[in-house]
Design a binder for this molecule. Structure first.
Ligand code: PLP
Length: 393
């Protein structure tokens, strides 16, 4: 059936347009402006070997494919996306595709705790090892390369300390050594462009800013190498960790407003950071938009739109006990793991997300006992500040 809306050429379109229209067009049969949710396990085939592009929803599904096309359209021309049930499913697929027994990877030292657990307690059983290095100095990455190193994995800004790693400088080291550079771009999402800085693969927990509404868990891998995308799909089919169609549909909805949401998250976070800086019970605030951010020059270079995301950390003068008391007193902000949603979420990394690490190991990476992580939401910023004020009083 003909439709003037089919196959719109979005190659020259701006990012907001691609975030709304990439990967979908009005339904050919009914004109419904939103795509249907293809809630199906299997697909009737016309004859042996004759199908319409999908055979079984563990391998691929039209709604998930729409999400993949949209994510690729947002990330830029010539990229391919593969979507997963969670961010950790994306991470495990990445490592099980690119690594095998007796091989080694280099990771930045401050990583989401789940990524460390996957590598150290699961993949180590299959002979895969990792070095965790302070990648804020790219020379440390170069020094850690061994003959069996197969991959460099960075998180920037790092979860939870917000330390930045220079993607461009590290991508040069990766290229000189013929190693793929993977960037977990979950914290910055559309505000940071790892492919423009030389990264080969981008990982997202779509659970966070990409969905943005706390509706789903999901993950994605993006690459500019089509064969690699096919390899990820093959691993996904065999691990059985594809995104579900209803979730993919919800994420397609969330994605439409990613651009405006994440700028507003950033504006709110900057205002909260400035308020906390002047609070007598707060000893330090880390936010890449503050003038005293230790890696200010890198923040300006690596966050090209002048926005620094919705995540900030701050430390209570009175340490651990006071941080716990703030956790227990917030009312508008929810005491919850996760980040990147319309709702403000507050966590105490030492007792929650990073509790599996020893206190000494946390200290080495700058994660103190009194540190609080705030994912600043889209509520009126005055209300977020009022809630923090009453919780700290
Ligand atoms: N990467 C980062 C930076 C994260 O913060 C998280 C989860 O918090 C993940 C990956 C894992 O994503 P998911 O929880 O969707 O499995």
């Amino acid at each position: 059936m003909e439709s003037r809306y089919l196959n719109r050429d979005l190659t020259e379109a701006g990012e907001a347009t691609r975030s709304i229209h990439g990967g979908t067009s009005p339904d050919l049969v009914t004109g419904a402006i939103l795509p249907p949710i293809y809630q199906t396990a299997t697909y009737a085939q016309e004859g042996v070997g004759i199908n319409k592009g999908h055979t079984y929803s563990r391998s691929s599904n039209p709604t998930v494919k729409s999400l993949e096309l949209r994510l690729a359209a947002i990330e830029g021309a010539n990229s391919f996306a593969t979507c997963f049930a969670t961010g950790m499913a994306a991470m495990s697929t990445l490592l099980m595709t690119l690594m095998k027994k007796d091989e080694h990877l280099i990771c930045s030292d401050v990583l989401f705790g789940g990524s460390v657990r996957l590598i150290d307690s699961i993949l180590s059983k299959y002979g895969i090892t990792a070095s965790y290095v302070d990648a804020a100095d790219p020379k440390n990455v170069a020094k850690a390369i061994k003959s069996n190193t197969k991959l460099i994995f960075l998180e920037t800004p790092a979860n939870p300390t917000l330390k930045l790693n220079d993607i461009e400088a590290i991508s040069k080291i990766a290229k000189e050594n013929n190693l793929p550079l993977v960037v977990d771009n979950t914290f910055m999402s559309s505000l940071q462009k790892p492919f423009d800085l030389g990264a080969d693969i981008i990982l997202y927990s779509t659970t966070k800013y990409i969905d943005g509404h706390n509706s789903t868990v999901g993950g994605a891998l993006l690459t500019t190498n089509q064969q690699l995308a096919t390899d990820f799909e093959y691993t996904r089919k065999n691990l059985g960790n594809i995104q579900a169609p209803f979730e993919a549909w919800l994420i397609l909805q969330g994605l439409k407003t990613l651009g405006i949401r994440i700028k507003q998250h950033s504006d709110n976070a900057l205002q909260v950071a400035k308020y906390l800086k002047n609070h007598p019970k707060v000893s330090s605030v880390i936010y890449p938009g503050l003038d005293d951010f230790p890696q200010l020059e890198l923040a300006k270079k690596q966050h090209p739109f002048g926005y620094h995301g919705g995540m900030l950390v701050f430390e209570m003068v009175e340490g651990y006990d006071k941080a716990i008391s703030v956790m227990n007193k917030v009312k508008l902000c929810a005491l919850a793991e996760s980040l990147g949603s319309t709702e403000s979420l507050i966590t105490h990394p030492a007792s929650m997300t990073h509790a599996a690490m020893t206190r000494e190991a946390r200290e080495v990476i700058g994660l103190s006992e009194g540190m609080i992580r705030l994912s600043v939401g889209l509520e009126d910023v005055a209300d977020i500040i009022k809630d923090l004020e009453q919780a700290m009083s």
